[in-house]
Design a protein around this ligand. Structure first.
Ligand code: SF4
Length: 344
């Protein structure tokens, strides 16, 4: 009822294009950033579900700032103030959530950022403090670096204030300016500049089943390969060929014993995904010499896509008009033993 119209109205919204490094994109997938620069059509439209996550984040931020001010009785200033910082030759620009003053925080106050965390990340944060969240340390470091010039605040520290998404519990910790982290960020930004200048997309830093890829707006495009067809072992570098044989045997062993742990299978699948990508091919025929042939291969196909949302809202009576197809990919393994097909 309500959700259909809301989701329809959230369609077609776009994330900001990548222009320059901002603290909030320091930990983003470099391949996703490459798409934003070289093939912006890939991410030109966010799914309504992604926009809902952004909406939820904005609402959560307001709620947390209200807690700081109204319940904690701190004074909050510099809401959404812009901070420019320099890391090596790179200029980074971003907006902070605010500066907190009062109670035990002495003038000129501390920059803070608010985050809502999943229960799993929350547990780590409560246990290990900011050390459990290096990507948020990366995000807050440029704010600390740029605040003397941008805000006239030179505190060399900032607060990460977090809320547990599951039970609304709260916790915070201090990020302290660390010269080693600044060096690491400079290296990261140099590296990213090189990647973005390259006309070829960088290798995928995550596996197909990772949390990052599952929620990425470029997922379908990124994993749809237009690569060469089939390779054999002799076309791989000797060390890769050796490793491929070992993994193929491992895969077959685990495949035949379904009691084995799925994590091992995931590890081997991820290995072959990367190998196919490294050689830019759709399949590799691996003969182990014992009559066993394993062929990890990307199968391209189509799946029927049914736009139920638009259908139910606009034209419930003519649902067939909303059926379309789109390409899909799947990593599969064909296994032969002494000439007989065992599975595919
Ligand atoms: S699908 Fe994964 S590897 Fe590809 S751009 Fe997105 S996060 Fe990066």
């Amino acid at each position: 009822m309500l959700y259909e119209k809301i989701k329809l109205n959230l369609r077609g919204k776009t994330s900001y294009p990548y222009r320059q490094p901002s603290p909030s994109t320091l930990s983003s997938c470099s391949r996703l950033l490459w798409y934003k620069v070289h093939e912006p059509h890939v991410v030109e439209s966010n799914a309504p579900e992604l926009e809902l996550i952004f909406e939820d984040g904005r609402a959560g931020e307001e709620q947390m700032i209200q807690l700081i001010q109204e319940v904690g009785e701190y004074i909050v200033t510099h809401r959404q103030a812009r901070i420019v910082s320099y890391i090596g030759k790179h200029r980074s620009m971003g907006n902070i959530d605010g500066v907190a003053n009062g109670n035990q925080i002495k003038a000129p106050g501390l920059i803070f950022d608010t985050k809502r965390l999943s229960p799993f990340v929350w547990r780590e944060f409560e246990r290990d403090g900011i050390d459990a969240l290096p990507h948020y340390q990366d995000q807050l470091t440029p704010y600390i670096l740029g605040s003397p010039q941008s805000l006239g605040i030179d505190n060399k520290r900032a607060i990460l204030f977090a809320m547990n998404r599951e039970n609304a519990d709260i916790f915070d910790d201090l990020v302290i300016l660390d010269p080693e982290r600044v060096d690491k960020l400079e290296y990261m930004l140099d590296n990213r500049e090189e990647i973005l200048a390259n006309p070829k997309a960088p290798l995928r830093p995550y596996s197909r089943d990772s949390r990052e890829c599952k929620t990425c707006p470029a997922r379908d495009y990124c994993w749809w390969s237009e690569s060469r067809d089939s390779l054999t072992l002799s076309e791989l570098q000797p060390s890769d060929a050796e490793e491929a044989v070992a993994n193929a045997i491992d895969f077959t062993t685990h495949q035949s014993d379904r009691r084995d742990h799925n994590s091992k299978m995931d590890e081997i699948r991820s290995y072959f995904d990367s190998l196919l990508e490294k050689y830019d091919c759709k399949s590799i025929r691996i003969e182990t010499g014992e009559g066993l042939i394993v062929r990890p291969n990307i199968r391209t196909g189509t799946q029927r896509e049914f736009d139920e949302l638009a259908l139910s809202y606009a034209h419930p009576e003519i649902h067939r008009e909303y059926i379309s197809t789109k390409p899909t990919t799947q990593l599969r393994f064909e296994i032969r033993f002494r000439g007989s097909l065992i599975s595919q």
